[in-house]
Write a protein that binds this ligand. Structure first.
Ligand code: NDP
Length: 321
């Protein structure tokens, strides 16, 4: 029986893994999903105790200080320090416990700001990241360096995946920290609920920035399936990008339109260009993933947005907001 510890097991991706695993019912694996209530991973001895308790053979390491553009811009030092602490504690505890594999999570937003497109796995360290999120980016890049160090010194199979932007049920909708999709879901829902005396057709939803930046978005359930595949089948320290295809890139304005359609919002959409856009694009190539899984079918974007919006409406009271 293989025991798998998932750090960050209560977050957006952690909950998606829980759902996929519950459906799969794999008999020779036991999964343990840890949240920050189980253990504060910035604390080295608490991290060791968690590993003593769970005794994992493998780890999917998701736990991180995570946030959208505006949260990152205002808190780069915290993103750097907290994430370095968490990653160092988890990787060292996994090594001390003789874990056979660790799959950690990087992000396509840690790539160099000035780069050629599409981005691929060889480019992680090729230049400074975008200034808006340098703290998060350098902490995440160090995971790749640590993985190589553990492999060189001890032969550990510690690897990493690089997802594009993720969304789905159980996202974090808190306005001060949210990513673009949960942020828009929260604001559109609020706009539709408040001031019922104003006809919906008269209401205007504001898209932050020009609406023009391009992004690739992966549905959390698709990502969870791919991460489980990586855990079971991918035997390399080199990171692997887990992203939708390049043709599936959408503008931020497209995202607003998809969310409006999912809510059946009848008002107007307007861009506020005084707000930051962040990186214009960060198109990533999933060629490596496709070389292993050429037939993997990603969930249709509009369908996944609809499921996510419906989840938010149905779970409004318990959603993180
Ligand atoms: P969430 O913010 O939804 O979840 C974060 C998880 O980390 C939660 O389970 C949280 O626990 C846990 N956590 C945070 N701090 C600590 C701590 N000090 N000790 C223990 N646990 C902690 O994140 P996501 O699911 O969105 O992200 C998962 C991974 O994917 C992260 O590594 C992130 O960097 C990466 N990623 C995310 C993207 C996205 O668009 N969301 C894009 C690309 C990569 P609790 O909730 O119990 O407090």
């Amino acid at each position: 029986m293989r025991k798998i510890l998932v750090t960050g097991g209560t977050g957006l991706v952690g909950k998606a893994l829980q759902d996929v695993i519950a459906e799969e019912k794999c008999a020779d694996e036991e999964w343990y999903f840890a949240g920050s209530k189980d253990c504060d991973l910035t604390d080295e001895s608490a991290t060791r105790s968690l590993f003593d308790r769970v005794k994992p053979n493998c780890v999917i390491h998701l736990a991180a200080m995570v946030g959208g553009l505006f949260h990152n811009m205002n808190n780069n030092l915290d993103f750097l320090r907290v994430n370095i602490q968490i990653n160092d504690n988890v990787l060292q505890a996994a090594h001390a416990h003789g874990c056979e594999k660790v799959v950690s999570c990087l992000s396509t937003c840690i790539f160099p700001d000035k780069t050629k497109y599409p981005i691929d796995e060889t480019m992680v360290h090729n230049g400074p990241p975008h200034s808006s999120n340098y703290g998060y980016s350098y902490a995440k890049r160090l995971i790749d360096i640590q993985n190589r160090g553990y492999y060189d010194k001890y032969g550990c199979m510690f690897t990493s995946v690089i997802p594009c932007n993720i969304f789905g049920p159980n996202d974090n909708y808190k306005p001060t920290v949210s990513h673009v999709i949960p942020g828009m879901i929260y604001r559109m829902h609020k706009l539709m609920q408040e001031n019922p005396e104003i006809a919906e057709e008269e209401k205007t939803f504001t898209v932050y920035g020009s609406g023009k930046p391009l992004r690739q978005f992966i549905y959390s359930i698709d990502l969870a399936k791919l991460m489980i595949w990586v855990l079971r089948n991918y035997e390399s320290v080199e990171p692997i990008i887990l992203s939708v295809d390049e043709e599936q890139e959408v503008t931020i304005y497209d995202v607003a339109k998809a969310i409006a359609a999912a809510f059946n919002f009848k008002g107007k959409l307007e861009c506020d260009t005084s707000k930051a856009d962040g990186q214009y694009k960060k198109t990533a190539s999933n060629k490596k993933l496709r070389s292993f899984l050429p037939d993997f079918k990603f969930t249709d974007f509009n369908e996944a947005i609809k499921t996510s919006v419906d989840w938010y409406i149905q779970h409004y009271d318990e959603a993180r907001k």
